[in-house]
Design a protein. Structure first.
Length: 405
């Protein structure tokens, strides 16, 4: 699909070709030149509107880029938090592994100790059994013989000693039994602790898997946002390139307008004296002077070729000087505008009118009503845009208007 500016370029080139075959200036009428100027101004207006639209698109694209960058910053913050969480989980997992290894070693050591206690218990039981058998086998008169006791008293003492040894062994066995029970409890506690550590480690590993999955989702979202940001930047660059192209086209049309304005000057009445003083064209105050300024709508600096006079819509507009109306009609950004030739190369222009009451060819006297203040064309509100041109070149209108006005 052909872009609007491309069609404008085609029209512009066609207009230049037609201009190259125009007859001499002397054969042209001011009406024909006015139509050409108005047509050219419409093209300028179209480009200015395209620039305005493109600037709005660029602003929207800039806002989207800022929003996407903010989202990416949030994602990066979330990634940092995710990395911190994963590092903490990894540390906890490594700590749990060390604790499990220590718990396993403690369980093993406790099992060794318990095995030693059980072995001692077995030996003690065997000794007790042997002693009991000996006492039984050596009971009665044979015990004294067996122990080589000479008398009954010695024999009684021997038996008492043997029984005491047996009692001691039984007490030792009882103590070992208590020790075994205690060691079994310690072993159970150690095994429980090891099991708890294993459970904690498994839970930490599950948490780690979930955290890594969450981080991947965040990273995927970041990748999508960065791709979106790259696309938005490409769109903005395209818009900026288009704005630059529009600006070039605007310069070309402005140059063509200067050429047509020069032809119009040449078509104006030759000779005569330009007035040195002009009337203030309406009741109001100047709100924007002549000179370069930031355009209030298009947003870039350009020559403000006249003065803006603030006044309510419908306020009378008067001819600033006597002369002949050589332009009266719609002229793009000027809206409804009138041009009066005052002779001697001086012309005045009255733009953005709500209504015009004179026509091309009319003669006017300074102070005559020619129209009413409005806001037609490229305007931000009711006002009169007033220009003075010397041989087609814009000059400051205040050069002609006395300070008393």
């Amino acid at each position: 699909m052909q872009r609007p500016w491309a069609r404008i370029v085609v029209v512009f080139m066609g207009m230049l070709l037609l201009a190259s075959f125009m007859p001499a200036v002397g054969a042209q009428t001011t009406n024909i030149l006015e139509e050409q100027i108005e047509e050219n101004q419409r093209k300028i207006d179209a480009i200015e509107q395209a620039i305005l639209d493109a600037n709005a698109q660029a602003s929207a694209a800039g806002s989207q880029i800022a929003a996407t960058q903010a989202r990416i910053a949030g994602i990066q913050e979330a990634l940092t938090e995710s990395e911190t969480e994963l590092n903490a989980l990894q540390f906890d997992i490594e700590t749990a592994k060390v604790n499990i290894e220590q718990a396993t070693a403690d369980v093993f050591q406790q099992e060794v100790t318990l095995d030693e206690t059980r072995a001692e218990m077995v030996d003690t039981r065997l000794t007790i059994d042997d002693q009991a058998v000996e006492l039984y086998m050596l009971g009665g008169p044979r015990i004294g013989f067996a122990l080589n006791f000479d008398d009954i008293q010695s024999r009684a003492l021997g038996e008492e000693y043997a029984r005491g040894v047996l009692v001691s062994l039984e007490e030792l066995l009882s103590g070992l039994t208590d020790l075994e029970e205690s060691e079994r409890e310690i072993l159970g506690s150690l095994e429980s602790r090891r099991a708890e550590l294993e459970d904690e480690k498994q839970q930490l590993e599950l948490d780690q898997i979930e955290a890594e999955a969450a981080r991947k989702l965040v990273m995927d979202q970041q990748a999508r946002l960065e791709a979106e940001l790259a696309n938005q930047r490409a769109v903005l660059q395209s818009i900026e390139n288009e704005i630059a192209h529009f600006a070039d086209e605007l310069d070309a049309f402005a140059a063509e307008e200067d050429r047509l304005q020069q032809l119009l000057v040449e078509a104006q009445q030759v000779g005569g004296n330009a007035p040195s003083i002009l009337l203030f064209p309406t009741q109001g105050r100047i709100t924007s002077p002549f000179g370069y300024r930031l355009h209030p709508i298009l947003g870039y600096e350009r020559l403000h070729a006249g003065v803006d006079i603030s006044a309510p819509s419908g306020t009378d507009i008067f001819a600033a000087g006597s002369g002949k109306v050589i332009g009266a009609g719609v002229a793009g950004g000027y809206g409804n505008r009138i041009i009066i030739d005052h002779g001697g190369g001086l012309a005045t222009l009255y733009a953005h009118q709500s209504r015009m009451v004179v026509s091309v060819g009319d003669s006017v006297v300074a102070g005559d009503l020619i129209g009413y203040v409005g806001s037609t064309g490229l305007s931000t509100g009711p006002h009169l845009h007033f220009e003075t041109r010397e041989n087609g070149t814009p000059v400051d209108p205040l050069n002609y208007i006395p300070p008393s006005f």
